[in-house]
Design a protein around this ligand. Structure first.
Ligand code: NAD
Length: 341
């Protein structure tokens, strides 16, 4: 029987999770919850989702503008097996009490502290760790990108130390209250929290991260320097390993992808919906191996990279697939991701 899913919070992540759940053969979207009426609330109804009111929201506000709601979040929780919390940073931990009271399992997002859930999750790195757990946190977009790459490299070779500089987008495209609009802002906490967050999934990886924020909405870029004890012999070997792995997309030189603007154009042309690019993006010529050190760039589409991970987290919690590879294959086929090759 399909797992019944609710989505609480219908912003950047919530609306993508809802759309992804609908496409899965073993999940049913029961409803989504929003705090306020908006074009997105109308979108939810037009997509055929049942709309519930959450947080400090008032059903009368929805009715006033002609948007029909099916009740409050508490009622939605009565009808589901799991809720995906997609509320703003740190609001998930407040919502956790609600989920516990309703006796439903919960998937939280990376804006929450790791303590919000029993386990932090990335499908390629620690799928089995989420098995049968009642609360799981899918790590943030940057941590997801790093954990995926680290999962592959640590499985094939012996990593001594990983150093990453994270060039962070300032805001999502629809956000108008964040910046900078002009300037480069170093994160004056060295190391940045991302490395520590990767360790919630891969505790034995020696990783140090630093970050700067730049005025763009088009993806994050990671500059990775990985020192191996035993590693790939050439850039081609490293590229080949990533090309064979789901959730990596490696562009060749001839494709003319100079940077994130062309990656987003590719995503718009590919047409998976919302210009999403759920894979780690690499450039073939942006990978170099020098002796025991590899350097490579990867770009991460912050709005969508965690979406397949949320789906796999649900599948792991309910033991719906025998292993990560099978779950990833089901998820990616349903989402239209082309897979390795
Ligand atoms: P968002 O602001 O786009 O959406 C959050 C939604 O939650 C909004 O619709 C808001 O009205 C609603 N909300 C407010 N209070 C609520 C409450 N009490 N209960 C339920 N919903 C409530 O935020 P987002 O970007 O979708 O982020 C959601 C989570 O996903 C955060 O933890 C964030 O860190 C994480 N995340 C975001 C990104 C990204 O780049 N946007 C990437 C990965 C992870």
């Amino acid at each position: 029987m399909a797992v019944r899913v609710a989505v609480n919070g219908f912003g950047t992540i919530g609306k993508r999770v809802a759309a992804a759940v609908v496409k899965q053969p073993d999940m049913t979207l029961v409803g989504v919850a929003k705090t306020r009426p908006s074009f997105e609330a109308r979108e939810a109804l037009q997509s055929g989702y049942r709309l519930y009111v959450t947080g400090a929201g008032d059903p009368a506000e929805f009715e006033k503008v002609g948007l029909r709601t099916a009740g409050r979040i508490e009622e939605l929780l009565q009808d589901v097996d799991v809720v995906v919390d997609a509320a703003p940073d740190r609001v998930g931990q407040e919502n956790a009490r609600l989920y516990q009271k309703a006796g439903v399992r919960a998937v939280f997002q990376g804006g929450e502290k790791s303590e919000v859930a029993e386990v932090s999750f990335n499908a390629l790195a620690n799928y089995a760790a989420a098995k049968d757990h009642r609360t799981v946190r899918v790590v943030s977009c940057n941590t997801t990108g790093l954990a995926r790459a680290a999962a592959i490299l640590t499985t094939r070779w012996e990593v001594d130390h990983w150093e990453a500089t994270i060039v962070r987008r300032a805001a999502d495209p629809a956000e108008t209250k964040r910046g900078p609009l002009n300037g480069i802002i170093p994160t004056l906490q060295i190391p940045s929290h991302h490395g520590h967050d990767v360790n919630t999934i891969l505790p034995n990886l020696h990783i140090t991260t630093t970050a700067v924020v730049v005025p763009t909405t088009l993806m994050h870029v990671h500059v990775n320097n990985v020192r191996f004890r035993t590693g790939p012999k050439s850039a081609a070997e490293l590229v080949e390993a990533l090309r064979r792995t789901p959730r990596f997309h490696v562009f060749s030189r001839w494709e003319g992808i100079q940077g994130t603007p062309q990656v987003m154009e590719f995503a718009r042309d590919r047409g998976l919906g919302r210009s999403d690019m759920m894979e780690n993006v690499l450039w073939e010529e942006g990978v170099r191996v020098d002796g025991r050190t590899a350097t490579f760039f990867q770009a991460i589409h912050q709005e969508s990279v965690v979406i397949p991970e949320v789906i796999d987290a649900i599948r792991a919690m309910f033991d719906l697939a025998p292993d990560a590879a099978r779950s990833i294959a089901i998820t990616d086929r349903a989402l239209g991701l082309s897979g390795p090759g």
